[in-house]
Design a protein around this ligand. Sequence first.
Ligand code: ASP
Length: 344
Amino acid sequence: MESRILLIYTGGTIGMKQDPETLLLKPFNFRQITQEVPELRKFGFLIDSYSFNPVIDSSDVKPAFWVRLAELIEFSYDSYDGFVVLHGTDTMAYSASALSFMLENLEKPVIFTGSQLPIGMLRTDGKENLISAIELAASVDADGHPYVPEVCVYFESQLYRGNRTVKYNAENFRAFRSANFPVLADVGIHVKYDMEYVRHPKIWGRKLKVHKKLDTNVAVLKIFPGITPQHVQAVLSIPGLKAVILETYGSGNSMADKWFLDALHDFTVNGGIVVNVTQCQAGSVDMAAYANGAVLKDAGVISGYDITTESALAKMFYLLGRYRSPDKVKEVFGRNLRGEISKN
Ligand code: ASP
């Protein structure tokens, strides 16, 4: 049977074209995508497209956007074999992380892609990204199962697990990185899947569960030498705050000042959750490695292991939306739910 792919256009540079008069970048009518990328007609399968209205610069993405996207995938889930989401690169790692948690029991590829140069420009990276993402979303193994039934990001010939990515380069075509997890596929003359790392359902045929309740009472607090008690207090006293993603140094260390540890302790004993995530680009938190990590554990801080800040934030929104009890949220946060941490 021929594959059916739904191409979802949300906005971003990929869908833009230079206005010949003003020279400004403007979104083009997505219904004309085959004019811009005639190669799409050469695929031997069905590609339907859906455009958000209005399309947005991904800097404008909010959790309500993730809910719309998840609902669209839920609504069309049975009609398609895979989904390609065209999205701006700025917040793509956040959106891919969020969707990975919101779509439980996912058995079909949901591949985010975009571009650094608009598709209407001669040197665009968008065409290759789009065409390969569609091909990856439609690829099945000998049993007819998709190769990558996960939320992924495809960019510049690499397929990544979405919730492991960060945008790390604002200019280069290779804009994304997944420092703590290998790429799922390398696309050259051949597509080389690294099947050892792709997540597959233990049992196929489970019903997709879409989690739409997200609780955004979360703050990100990045420590730095010289951070003041006022700064930390201002964050911890945000009304309604339930959780903090604490960006620490190295393997999860912070200054050991009493005022700082007391502030964290007060927050956690009163039901607040603090997750320790490293500011480093790669590697994991290990609060047992140094005395300056152990003090955080004593203050009630839990480990984020090797999760990215983007993914920690999305995981927290999802878990706070799902569970009332802070202890339950803490316990589930420590589990590997969608391959977002290197832990069984
Ligand atoms: N600002 C754009 C966006 O994220 C950049 C891009 O698409 O690359 O929507």
